[in-house]
Design a protein around this ligand. Structure first.
Ligand code: ADP
Length: 247
């Protein structure tokens, strides 16, 4: 169920590291409710694109429009507040806290971690935690320590910790790496739930998974888009075949 309204618009974005163009004049748009997957060989610039959008890396030139705001002028923290959530590849949950507590401290209430853990929380937050935990398949594990979760469950928990902040855009770096077959199936299901009200930008190497989830695939090579469109289109594009298979 795709809408055509644009959420994110990247225009002529470039960044150089010591004269090396890691991202080279990149332009693309992401629609509301869309799952876009960025693929490409190692060193293509995929991670750098996500770093630029979330403000970790500052662009050398170009623009990133998000819901009418120019992200290249904002600090990383303000980009989060503007509604961009970013998950890195390795799960970073609080191992000693329960699933419930991990979600609770991620709720953007303005309270400190200490306050969140030791003072009474209101019903609204509890309901939100329950709702998110259901979405990420952890409703029956709310009292478990994060340390006791499987790798896949930790990844879902971290996605939940982002969702509870209500981002309009969620960026995921290889979300199914290290997951079991069953966890991959459920992650695809989770993404379907997420895009009911948000957009998702994913870096992924698992082509079976890409085929399953992507509305549209963008292929990066040497910092540039070499192909873009449906999975069917890009996988039959001679330029993509050449990059992946050599000559
Ligand atoms: P990918 O995620 O597609 O594997 P990256 O975005 O990590 O590619 O990297 C693209 C290129 O930019 C690589 O050649 C990498 O070495 C370089 N690069 C990325 N970040 C930096 C940095 N902070 N400083 C210098 N070079 C970098």
């Amino acid at each position: 169920k795709m809408q055509n309204e644009t959420l994110l618009s990247v225009e002529n974005l470039s960044v150089s590291f010591d004269g090396f163009k890691a991202v080279d004049n990149l332009s693309f748009q992401l629609a509301k409710g869309e799952i876009r997957v960025i693929i490409g060989p190692n060193g293509a610039g995929k991670t750098t694109v996500l770093d630029l959008i979330c403000g970790r890396t500052k662009a050398t030139s170009g623009s990133i429009q998000f819901e009418g705001r120019e992200l290249t002028r904002l600090k990383e923290y303000d980009i989060v507040r503007a509604g961009v959530g970013r998950k890195f590849q390795t799960p970073s949950v609080y191992e000693d806290l329960t699933v419930f507590e991990n979600l609770e401290i991620s709720y953007p209430s303005g309270r400190s971690v200490f306050e969140a853990l030791f003072f009474k929380i209101d019903k609204k937050i509890i309901n939100r935690i329950k709702e998110i935990s259901e979405m990420i398949f952890l409703y029956n594990h709310l009292d478990r320590k994060a340390a006791d979760l499987s790798h896949g469950q930790k990844q879902w928990l971290e996605i939940g910790m982002l969702l509870i902040q209500d981002p309009a855009l969620l960026m995921l770096d290889e979300p199914v790496a290290g997951m079991t077959v069953n966890e991959r199936v459920r992650t695809a299901e989770l993404l379907q739930r997420i895009i009911q009200s948000r957009s998702v930008l994913v870096i992924e190497h698992d082509m079976g998974f890409v085929e399953k989830i992507a509305h549209r695939v963008t292929v990066l090579h040497q910092g540039r888009i070499i192909s873009d469109g449906s999975m069917e289109h890009v996988k039959n594009d001679p330029k993509v075949v050449e990059v992946y298979l050599g000559h």
